[in-house]
Ligand binder design. Structure first.
Ligand code: SF4
Length: 267
């Protein structure tokens, strides 16, 4: 279990056949405008504010919410100092993973949608001294970063090889759904879809991706194009960077999301 000032991991390193063992540390900020300035630029268009997982799990506690707001305010008021704090956390997490013999994976947008690949330079302390990097991905090549995003323009970018992004689908707004579908069709990026329940998701999971017979395809319909792809079971691990490419990452609704009627949960 790693506890940094910004990122933390559970004690749940995940062993992946052929890929070794990963431990994921996640940073939880205060989403949308909770800390005063919007850190989720597509949240209104995607209609995801009401169903946001910010209050799930530890987020149900007031002190956790206050800590997330404080962290986000530090980010908003002094980005340079915040990035240094993050670099220190990452350095410590890398050392922790080395001691434990696991590979470090990090999600920076546990409950935010910040474009870390743009305008977020950082300095890292190395044996040779302090080095400046364009972003944390270049500064920490030994870390596998990954995130879900609703900012669909991000997948059109040439992302660092150690940063994996999966689009987050929602039918709350047909215009948003269409943009996500277009981005997936244009770039081949994976799309995460939250289905109403496990049975709905499991009925769609492509057996060819699960080692069972037959193929079922799923279509997502906004008002424009549709996307027909194999559905991959995304609930076995959260390690999205290991998923096959060009699929729908099928998840099923848990907790408060089970009652979602916004269109974020499908089916
Ligand atoms: S973009 Fe993600 S973190 Fe932000 S409000 Fe929507 S669901 Fe929550």
């Amino acid at each position: 279990m790693f506890r940094g000032t910004l990122i933390r991991s559970g004690n749940n390193a995940k062993t992946v056949k052929g890929d070794g063992e990963f431990e994921t540390a996640i940073m939880y900020l205060a989403p949308f405008t909770l800390a005063g300035t919007n850190v989720c630029p597509m949240a209104e268009q995607a209609g995801c504010v009401a169903g946001c997982l910010n209050t799930a799990g530890r987020g149900a506690y007031n002190n956790v919410q206050l800590a997330r707001i404080a962290k986000t305010k530090r980010y908003l008021s002094d980005r340079i100092a915040f990035m240094q704090e993050l670099a220190l956390d990452l350095q410590r997490f890398v050392a922790y993973c080395q001691r434990k013999g696991v590979k470090p994976a990090v999600r920076l947008n546990g409950t935010s949608d910040i474009q870390w690949e743009v305008a977020h330079p950082v300095t890292r302390a190395l044996a040779q001294g302090y080095w400046k990097f364009a972003n944390v991905f270049e500064a920490f090549p030994e870390v596998q970063f990954y995130d879900y995003t609703k900012v669909y323009k991000r997948v059109y970018r040439a992302l660092p090889s150690n940063y994996s992004l999966v689009l987050s689908y929602s039918e709350a707004n047909p215009a948003y759904a269409d943009k996500v579908i277009a981005a997936a069709l244009d770039t081949g990026a994976n799309v995460a879809v939250v289905y109403r329940n496990k049975a709905t998701r499991d009925a769609l999971v492509s057996p060819s991706l699960e080692g069972r017979g037959g193929v079922i395809q799923n279509s997502l319909h906004g008002t424009g194009e549709s996307l027909s792809r194999e559905v991959f079971n995304g609930d076995d691990t959260d390690l999205r960077f290991l998923d096959p490419t060009g699929v729908i990452v099928g998840l099923y609704a848990k907790g408060r999301a089970k009652r979602d009627t916004s269109g974020f949960v499908v089916g």
